[in-house]
Ligand binder design. Structure first.
Ligand SMILES: CC(C)(COP(=O)(O)OP(=O)(O)OC[C@H]1O[C@@H](n2cnc3c(N)ncnc32)[C@H](O)[C@@H]1OP(=O)(O)O)[C@@H](O)C(=O)NCCC(=O)NCCS
Length: 182
């Protein structure tokens, strides 16, 4: 089972996020290097009116941690996701998601995104969620599989390795989400 837990300050977990982000910068909205020491600042300046971020956990993967023969069982931290630029007046937000490299292609991204969509539509009562996807490596197929519909290409909006690529703008509205997920 995949669970989302609010992203609070935890140095180790935030460092992990920074290192995983830096491996896939070309896929991300902000393609500048994530500096671990700036992560605390990011959390401290987070405004819950406009941003809600979560750690993604796999609750079935149990790890036994031996802290000087003190045995505890922990769930596995496998990524993070969030809603950004939340606009309560027009009732929309931008989604983001990163699953750590070793956990990809196992259906986890879809499960985490389903939870985030439910949070955005049901809990926050938003009307539409959107994503901007750099048009490389067929990543958009992931968003299509979830139900996001392409709205258009933002021409040459991202510079990746000296080349300009398009950004695909896509969205999913609440009524379509209800039709797909019941
Ligand atoms: C994109 C990402 C979140 C997908 O997570 P994931 O756990 O690997 O995805 P899933 O296993 O749930 O994939 C579900 C479906 O999406 C599609 N998909 C996933 N990753 C894909 C990729 N890189 N290219 C094309 N299709 C992809 C596949 O159709 C897959 O279905 P299949 O398993 O039947 O082939 C993950 O690759 C990731 O974190 N990448 C780095 C960060 C990133 O790109 N975030 C998105 C920014 S817009």
């Amino acid at each position: 089972m995949i669970e989302l837990k609010p992203l609070i300050y935890d140095k180790e977990m935030l460092n992990r996020i920074a290192s995983e982000r830096n491996k896939v910068l070309q896929n991300l909205r902000s393609t500048w290097v994530t500096e671990p020491e700036k992560q605390r600042e990011w959390i401290m300046n987070m405004n819950p009116d406009t941003e809600r971020y979560f750690y993604v956990f796999d609750m079935e993967a149990k790890h036994i941690i031996d802290n000087d023969s003190f045995l505890t069982i922990d769930n596995e931290f496998i990524g993070y996701c969030g809603l950004d630029k939340i606009n309560h007046i027009d009732s929309y937000a931008e989604v983001s998601l990163l699953i750590f490299e070793e956990h990809r292609k196992k259906g986890i991204g879809i499960k985490a995104m389903k939870k985030l969509l439910k949070y955005g539509f049901d809990y926050l009562g938003l009307h539409l969620l959107y994503v901007n996807v750099n048009d490389i490596d067929n990543i958009f197929e992931f968003w299509e599989k979830i139900g996001f519909q392409k709205e258009g290409n933002l021409k040459f909006r991202k510079k990746i390795k000296y080349l300009y690529c398009d950004v695909i703008s896509a969205s999913l509205c609440k009524s379509d989400w209800k039709l797909i997920y019941g």
